[in-house]
Design a protein around this ligand. Sequence first.
Ligand SMILES: [Fe+2]
Ligand SMILES: [Fe+2]
Length: 226
Amino acid sequence: MSELKNKTIAEIVTNDISTASVFKKYKLDFCCGGGKTVENACKKANINVDDVINDLLNNKPKNDVPNLNFKDWSAEFLADYIVYVHHTYVRQNLGIISEFADKVANVHGQHEPKTIEIAKLFSQVSKEFTSHMAKEEGILFPAIKAKEADYNFQFDEKTLSLTEDEHEGVGSLVKKIQELSSDFTPPEWACNTFKALYFKLEEFTNDLYQHIHLENNILFPKVKNL
Ligand SMILES: [Fe+2]
Ligand SMILES: [Fe+2]
């Protein structure tokens, strides 16, 4: 524990770029002011260093896909799982990724115009996916649950294909970001914010693919068979 306190923020972020989110949460600068030790930076910002260290120790990159029997779950349980795990992840991360994307575009956009393009694309992802999730939570998932509870419930299957179309739309935006970023590979000269942006974009993309897979390939076929 004390070992981490005495490391510089830049050192920690360089060793594990996923920790950038923790420093971002506490508004500790890991880009230009990263030369301070965690302890000194916390003292200066009047932040409890133990809180930061705890978050650093509990920080895990969120790329692991759990090996669960999604297929055996009820539609209701799966819909709730998707909301609690994936919708929550998206809501917790849209803001921080947008901030990173805007910062990188502002600082590097002139000599790396694709960073401006990436920021624009991500802001579109953010807007479209926020309303997409609201529709699922407010209309589609309650209807799925009602259909599962009562066979006679009038469920309009067209909603499923409309939802799949929206998945395709957001999927193609994310694909463009992946192409522009050369599969999330930062240039050699990239600063920590740039690296953190690409790390988070990759994590977001992996989460999105798993999320859409659960809906398109498991939840929706389940509903069609109810
Ligand atoms: Fe969803
Ligand atoms: Fe969806």
